[in-house]
Design a protein around this ligand. Sequence first.
Ligand SMILES: NC(=O)c1ccc[n+]([C@@H]2O[C@H](COP(=O)([O-])OP(=O)(O)OC[C@H]3O[C@@H](n4cnc5c(N)ncnc54)[C@H](OP(=O)(O)O)[C@@H]3O)[C@@H](O)[C@H]2O)c1
Length: 331
Amino acid sequence: MTTEMIFMDHGVGGGPEVLVTARGAVPEVKAGEVLIKVIYAGVNRPDVSQRMGKYPPPPDASKIMGLEVSGEIVKLGDGVTHFKLGDMVCALCNGGGYAEFVSVPSGQVLPVPKGLSMLEAAALPENYFTVWTNVFQRGRLTKGESFLVHGGSSGIGLTAIQLAKAFGAKVFCTVGSEDKVNACIKAGANGAFNYKTQDFVEEIAKATQKVGVNLILDMVGGSYMQRNLRALALDGRLVQIAFLQPSLVEVDWLSIMTKRLTYTGSTLRPRTSQDKAQIANELKQHVWPLLESKAIAPVIFKEFELKEVSKAHVLMESSEHIGKIMLKVSS
Ligand SMILES: NC(=O)c1ccc[n+]([C@@H]2O[C@H](COP(=O)([O-])OP(=O)(O)OC[C@H]3O[C@@H](n4cnc5c(N)ncnc54)[C@H](OP(=O)(O)O)[C@@H]3O)[C@@H](O)[C@H]2O)c1
């Protein structure tokens, strides 16, 4: 049996045109893994970085792109007891999601939340795993605290807004257009600032009576670094999940000491399957009920066929989207 898949024509990166369709062997299923027949796959900014050759997959990961899918379990590896053939699931993949079949460690697989479509389910894993581990585990956001997320209209940003709000935080974000301001307010943000016309440090000072926010989730870096430190409250936390601007910048770190700040960050992909399974367990316990009660919901911007993946990457690079860009792999 073969699988239709997307891979890079020469493996070293380039523009969206290097993504090509091919047929290859269905992946083997090792002990502890399940084989999923993919229905939808999500497109994520790290896929764009991988395609450009700036974010190589870990050595043991699939060379095929794609970090999240929804679909049906069609094969169980040795030792997998908590799923059965025919279960409809979504999964955080270690790569390989842009294909008709992908094998995934079973701890990274979750049931489709009741009431969600397969399209919506495929939009969950990468954003929800990332936000949960960085905002709640690492950033320790609690009820009543204030929270700022940059890139508020991204898949990550909208997930962070909804989850922080659902857990009782006051939520702010920055975005690059008025449409995105409106989308973030609709998603539950108490304030959304257009960074092209507003200074987020001033806006946060106004919104918090000069106290600052307790937690910032940042994907920008660069010119935001110093300003993030200024926007934080005493004992504030700054969690870095990407550098859309340069990571090499000059920063005056004095306020780390005077305001007792904590600066940390993480990347999800290289973490162990055990780490990912632990995040999955917490999501199932604390977040899946919120999805099932419709307190929160993924925001889908546009769906493409698998063979149109280049168009999906062009859209993501344009940053015109609000929420998730998805690939339909099979029916
Ligand atoms: N550390 C981790 O584990 C982890 C996991 C997943 C994703 N990430 C990172 O999280 C970020 C969001 O991911 P996503 O898939 O949700 O991305 P996405 O939907 O493509 O969103 C990125 C958004 O960031 C905003 N942005 C701000 N400054 C930018 C700049 N200098 N260049 C490009 N865009 C800029 C853009 O909107 P506006 O500028 O219009 O506001 C853009 O829509 C990405 O940087 C990704 O690499 C990290």
